[in-house]
Design a protein around this ligand. Sequence first.
Ligand SMILES: [Zn+2]
Length: 127
Amino acid sequence: MSKVKSQFSDELLKKIESLLLEEKVRLEKEVAKFSKKTNGSPDSAFPDYGDKEDENAAEVAEYVVNLSLEENLEKSLRDAIQSLDRLKKGVYGICKYCQKPIEEKRLLARPTSSSCMSCKKTITQEA
Ligand SMILES: [Zn+2]
């Protein structure tokens, strides 16, 4: 049995590749900014506003926001890298649930999509 291959035009794949590369560069910069700010350790993401109770609350709030922002950035970066990898292997744009090609419009709007619109819908409804 042959593996499912992308059925997209070279033109579309080229476009997607440059979108993903742009996204990857942008995200790498963002992540680097964060690591600089936090010195790569989660503890130093903890801001120090002062020792009063409301200041401590503000510190905790910002700490949580910093952490989740960083997590989101790193996840998006991983998605972009994985999409580029799938592109290289010729399996880009295949829905991971139904193994059918993902809609071109969806891929152009969100090049890191790994599921088609109808599967995404089904999952969202179930969740
Ligand atoms: Zn699907």
